[in-house]
Design a protein around this ligand. Sequence first.
Ligand SMILES: [Zn+2]
Length: 157
Amino acid sequence: MSIKKKSKNTSNTHRKKKPILEEKIKVNFAELSKESKRSWYIPGYYESYTYNCIACGKDSEFAANLQKKWYEEKKRYFWMRPNKCSQCYGEWLELKREIGKFPELLKTPLTTVELTAMLAKLERFRILNNQKFDFSLHNRIKKILQSTMELSEPPLS
Ligand SMILES: [Zn+2]
């Protein structure tokens, strides 16, 4: 009784990406988060589109099926949009984890090299995080770095 729908296999050795804007998936309104449902407007379909990564400027695709996953499975707010490519997102995640350990690390003695690396990571994170980062943590590390450098420098005159 079941008739298997034969999917036309058009893929061959030339696996060219389909023009992304053709891809459409119906929005299942019932699966959206409460917050999303309160949104003033929800379109009928998810449509793949490209955006520029805020960190590297590269074109990135937000595929319709990924959109469905974000808003219906992960229950993210419907108007929340990705702003980074997957590579920069991975770096952002890694840095976020590392920076989360900084306050603990600062309780231990650190070398100027380590402190400088921490500052560089915070600055990189700032770029990946749309200019938002922990200024007070940055200042704290800078102060420690300054005092560490003063200590290690031979006294003048
Ligand atoms: Zn990127």
